[in-house]
Write a protein that binds this ligand. Sequence first.
Ligand code: NAD
Length: 296
Amino acid sequence: MSTIAFIGLGNMGGGMAANLVKAGHDVRAFDLSTDAIARAVEAGCRAAASTLDALEGAEIVVTMLPAGQHVRSIYLGGDGIIANARSGALLIDSSTIDIESARAVIKAAFERGLDMVDAPVSGGVTAASAGTLTFMTGGTKSAFTKAQPYLESMGKNVFHAGDAGNGQVAKVCNNMLLGISMIGTCEAFALAEKLGLDAQTFFDISSTASGQNWSMTSYCPAPGPVATAPSNNDYQAGFTAAMMLKDMRLAQQAAASAKASTPLGAQAEALYALMEVAGKDDLDFSGIMKLIKGSL
Ligand code: NAD
């Protein structure tokens, strides 16, 4: 059993902290939201009064925060996690953030002699609660080896993607591909319908032909073929268009910094931004079907 500080008990972090408790750890939980702390206590965590209070005795620190600026502000500086974690502590940031922030924070941890990994996740709130997340981890081999058993308590697939920041690289590239493939899938189903081919028949053919992809077979944006898909529930999220847009923006930021050409990623970002402008970014990201069909 380890003492774990867990900071950021939102939609994802709440379930993840609960799974660390189930694995037998002593989890000291903190969030800016008192409701979130109360839910974590119900799941068996111990409430902490602040981030610094949560660090008390913690051998492991896990953070699950909205974006890069939150991660920088909580880790860096005199009152940050890096300056105040006990020596020998292992730091794990599972937030989805920009690669530059991830590398800057891990470098600062390294300079204080602390092991740290970036370990963003794939899989939504249901996977966070069920402990079936996929972790994409960046950091040294030894930091990864130390983090692995804790990540395995919260997920079913745990990958070492290479050096610091490479977890975020894997995450952002995967989600850019997902965002693009979803739009392409919507276009194909919308066109098939206009040309007189119903969704189920097109699905039966294309899902066994070369157009087959995850957005189609597991999350079909046309109502009907995949019973569990948000398209059958008026596109209630799921994974919101707002979260997809966040990841598309991270991908474009990363592409600009690497001088990489990602024209479809740029176009996909622009399309998800239209959902934001229309005030419909709380829909599932597959709800971009409505935009493609002119019915957003
Ligand atoms: P969320 O907004 O529900 O939770 C974030 C939590 O962090 C909130 O409870 C907030 O109060 C807390 N917080 C913010 N600043 C804090 C601080 N300084 N100290 C303590 N607590 C603080 O977000 P979420 O859906 O849980 O997502 C978390 C991360 O996981 C994001 O980076 C997101 O992109 C990523 N992610 C989310 C999903 C998803 O389906 N929701 C899937 C994959 C990855």
